[in-house]
Write a protein that binds this ligand. Structure first.
Ligand code: ADP
Length: 375
């Protein structure tokens, strides 16, 4: 019969990927496709791009693996919404994207929502707010289920076309950034993932929910725990303004990570910071620049590590579970000297995450869904 396989699909900002894993998490296949550009008048026809990309990715899955897939899960960009016909699945209107503002809708929202309400589903009490439920259109609101909940089986037509098995179940997914956190398998409270990409973002699994809009700190529910996080404007984008990736590598090699750097910077691409310091006017600080570039880079990396430490400290102050181990994702994760510096500054074990792809994290949700499958 062969073993059971699990398919994770990631629909991110620039393209889509899949990862197929077995029950112990070993990757059996993965691939990526960029979204083809279709226009609908002046605007992008995203629904068509996504649908086509989905079917191209399914065709990319090796035939011999397809029949072993027992569970599928999909992630997408947070706050992207699409309204579809419940019978045909066809879109009834163009999707609204995560980065779109809808100013025309504000008066209507203000007329029904209490002041300062975040206007959404409340994951703590597991329901929509009562002022939303009493609206005449409330029956159209989607039912909300936990990530990795079996929802339905595939249509017979699609099953036959692609060669999936009858029992294959489709499960709810999550957002692409939460899926990337799940990929690191930081499954215990106190485990965290720092993403060192263009910016620095931290995410921590906590027993408690915390929110603070001043710092842009909020919590996502993950079963009986909370995924709390914050994002700073510091990060790799500043390094890239000063050094090429090649220079970063060569200079880093010469850093002695056990030596404390006395250079105190606040690297920012431009004025303004939100987390862990809420100050829209905070000025970048990258001076004085020592003559020696190794020293300079050491000072910058150590300063970013201090910002990271301050970030975890702030989450604790706001009431989150204290961090005890940090996994790292993003371009900065490969820098072993930086990892050592961060271990010293954070006073915690720091390591590179084995897996960081959202598609991998989503495949783990497919496993979760299969294990509770009662469809
Ligand atoms: P993005 O957020 O754009 O997806 P990536 O995760 O691809 O970012 O990481 C890119 C960043 O990693 C760049 O801004 C670059 O400065 C940084 N980077 C690349 N190589 C290194 C290195 N050896 N040490 C530290 N940072 C690095």
């Amino acid at each position: 019969e062969g073993e059971s396989l699990y398919l994770g699909l990631d629909f991110g900002t620039s393209g889509a990927r899949f990862a197929i894993i077995d029950i112990v998490g070993t990757i059996q296949a993965e691939a990526k496709r960029n979204y083809p550009i279709y226009l609908n008048g002046e605007s992008r026809d995203w629904a068509r791009s996504w649908k086509e990309t989905l079917f191209l990715l399914l065709e990319d899955i090796p035939l011999n693996l397809r029949k072993h897939i027992v569970s599928i899960s999909i992630d997408g960009t947070s706050a992207t919404t699409m309204i579809v016909d419940s019978d045909t699945g066809e879109p009834l209107w163009r999707p609204l994207l995560y980065n779109e503002s809808c100013p025309d809708a504000l008066p209507a929202v203000k007329s029904i929502a209490p002041p300062n309400h975040t206007v959404g589903y409340d994951p703590e009490v597991d329901s929509y707010p009562s002022w939303l439920v009493c609206q005449p259109y409330s029956h159209l609101l989607p039912s909300v289920v936990a990530p990795g909940t079996p929802i339905a089986c595939l249509k017979e037509e699609l099953r036959n076309k692609f060669g999936f098995q009858k029992q294959c179940v489709v499960c709810s997914g999550t957002t692409d950034s939460i899926a990337a956190f799940l990929a690191a398998r930081a499954t215990q409270p106190g485990k965290a993932v720092t993403s060192l990409g263009s910016t620095l973002a931290i995410k921590l699994l906590s027993n408690t929910r915390i929110e603070d809009s001043r710092f842009g700190v909020y919590s996502h529910r993950l079963d009986d725990k909370w995924l709390v996080g914050g994002a700073s404007n510091t990060g790799g984008v500043v390094l890239r303004q000063i050094f090429t990736d090649d220079q970063l590598e060569k200079l880093s090699e010469q850093i002695n990570p056990s030596q404390i750097s006395l250079l105190d910077y606040y690297p920012l691409p431009k004025a303004g910071e939100r987390f862990p310091i809420a100050d829209p006017e905070l000025a970048p600080r990258l001076l004085p620049r020592p003559e020696n570039d190794v020293e300079y880079l050491h000072g910058i990396l150590e300063s970013i590590a201090r910002i990271e430490a301050k970030g975890y400290g702030l989450l604790k102050e706001l009431g989150a579970t204290e961090v005890d181990q940090v996994f790292t994702a993003g371009g900065g994760a490969k820098n072993e000297k930086w990892t050592k510096i961060r271990e010293r500054v954070l006073g915690l074990p720091v390591s590179r995450a084995d897996q960081t792809e959202a598609a991998y994290g989503t495949a783990l949700l497919a496993i979760k869904g299969d294990q509770q499958n009662i469809l």
